[in-house]
Design a binder for this molecule. Structure first.
Ligand SMILES: O=C(O)CCC(=O)C(=O)O
Ligand SMILES: [Fe+2]
Length: 341
C-alpha cells in the first residue's frame, strides 16, 4: 500500500468506527495493519453457529478460575498446523507491517469484525482468525464464558515483542504493583471504558514458558476485588492503587488464556536472546523475518450476540457487577459446588 492508499484506508477505518458509535483513537487507528483478503476456513465455526454445542464445555475448575482469578488457561487449544500457518502468515506480512505501522511489533487487526458474514465475505488476516474458529475447545468455552455465541471481534492484535537489546537494568525494575492497565481508553480523546467486548483470548504461537520473554502479566482476582468505576479518572490523574504481586502467564505454543474485560494487566519486558530461543527449541525454519526470541502472541477480543455494547446501561452494569455478562460462568461454578455437597 502506498502512502496515499494507506491514508485513505485509515480514514475509512475512522469513519467506520464512528458509524458504529465507537470511540477509537487516532493512535489505535495508526496501529492497524492491512493485509490480503481471504475467506476463512471455518466449516467448524459454521456448524458451531447452528448447533447446540455441548462437546467442549467450560470445565468446573476453569469456570472457578475465571470467576475468582479473572482468567483461565486452556492447553493445547489450537492445532499445531494452524499455529504454524499463523506464524508463516505473520512472517510474510512482517516487513510491510513494519513499514506501515507506528509500533514496531504490536499490530491491530480486525476492527469490529462481523463474524456473521464470514461464509461469504473474505477478510484480512484470515489465517489468524482460523486458529480460533477451528478449535472446538475454544469455541465451546467461548460460548460458556460469553453466555451466547460470539458475534464479532472488537479488535484483534498481533502482539509480538521483539527482544530488548542494550537495555539498562533500570528499565527492568518497574514497580511491581502500580504499572498496569485495564483495556479501554482514558485520554484526551475521551473515555471508552470498560472496553466494549466480553472476553479476551491470548494465544501463544511459540513457547513462552520462561519468565523473561515479555510474558502477558496479570493481577489475579483484581477484576472483582474493587469497583473499577473510577479507573479512567485514576488513570488520567496517575493515582491508580498498587495491586501487589503480578502473575506472569506462561504458555506453550498453541495454548491460550481467557481473560475478563476488567482484569488489570500489562505486557512484560522481553529480555530473552536469540540464542535462548534457539536453545529452547523454537522452530524458525522457513521464517525469514520474525526476529528470533520474539514473543509471538495473537490476542482476540470477542463480543456476544445477546449484548448491546452501545447501550448506556452496559458500562454501569459491568462495573457494578463484573459477572453481569458471565451468568453462565457463575451457574457452572454453582452447579459444581452443589454436586460436591
Ligand atoms: O502484549 C501484552 O502482553 C499485553 C498487551 C496489552 O495489554 C494490550 O495491548 O492491551
Ligand atoms: Fe491490554
Amino acid at each position: 500500500m502506498n502512502g496515499k492508499k494507506l491514508k485513505e484506508a485509515y480514514a475509512g477505518l475512522s469513519k467506520y468506527a464512528e458509524e458504529q458509535g465507537v470511540l477509537y483513537t487516532e493512535k489505535e487507528i495508526k496501529m492497524h495493519v492491512f493485509g490480503p483478503k481471504d475467506l476463512c476456513d471455518s466449516e467448524l465455526y459454521f456448524r458451531f453457529k447452528q448447533e447446540d454445542y455441548t462437546d467442549c464445555k467450560l470445565l468446573p475448575d476453569e469456570a472457578l478460575s475465571f470467576q475468582q482469578r479473572g482468567f483461565c488457561f486452556l492447553h493445547d487449544a489450537i492445532d499445531p498446523s494452524r499455529v504454524r500457518a499463523a506464524r508463516e502468515y505473520i512472517d510474510s506480512q512482517y516487513k510491510s507491517w513494519l513499514a506501515m505501522s507506528k509500533r514496531q511489533d504490536d499490530w491491530r487487526i480486525h476492527l469490529l469484525l462481523n463474524l456473521e458474514t464470514l461464509a461469504e465475505v473474505p477478510i484480512e488476516h484470515a489465517p489468524l482468525l482460523n486458529m480460533v474458529l477451528n478449535s472446538p475447545k475454544i469455541l465451546g468455552r467461548l460460548e460458556d464464558i460469553i453466555g451466547s455465541k460470539p458475534m464479532s471481534c472488537f479488535y484483534n492484535q498481533v502482539a509480538y515483542r521483539t527482544p530488548l537489546v542494550n537495555y539498562s537494568p533500570s528499565i527492568l525494575n518497574y514497580t511491581p504493583g502500580a504499572e498496569y492497565h485495564i483495556d479501554g481508553q482514558a485520554n484526551d480523546y475521551g473515555t471508552r471504558f470498560p472496553d466494549p467486548w466480553t472476553v479476551l483470548i491470548a494465544v501463544a504461537l511459540v513457547d513462552i514458558d520462561s519468565l523473561d520473554m515479555g510474558n502477558f502479566t496479570v493481577f489475579p482476582g483484581t477484576h472483582a476485588s474493587r469497583n473499577w468505576s473510577s479507573y479512567p479518572e485514576e488513570k488520567r490523574l496517575k493515582t491508580l492503587p498498587s495491586l501487589g504481586e503480578p502473575f506472569k502467564v506462561q504458555l506453550k505454543a498453541g495454548d491460550c488464556v481467557f481473560v475478563h474485560v476488567l482484569l488489570p494487566h500489562r505486557g512484560g519486558k522481553n529480555i530473552t536472546t536469540s540464542e535462548d530461543a534457539i536453545e529452547s527449541g523454537i522452530d524458525y525454519e522457513g521464517l525469514l523475518n520474525i526476529p528470533k526470541g520474539t514473543r509471538e502472541m495473537v490476542i482476540f477480543r470477542f463480543r456476544g450476540s445477546h449484548i448491546d455494547y452501545n447501550h448506556p446501561n452496559r458500562s454501569p452494569s459491568v462495573l457494578n457487577d463484573p459477572f453481569f455478562e458471565h451468568r453462565r460462568v457463575v451457574s457452572l461454578v454453582q452447579e459444581s459446588n452443589e454436586a460436591l455437597k
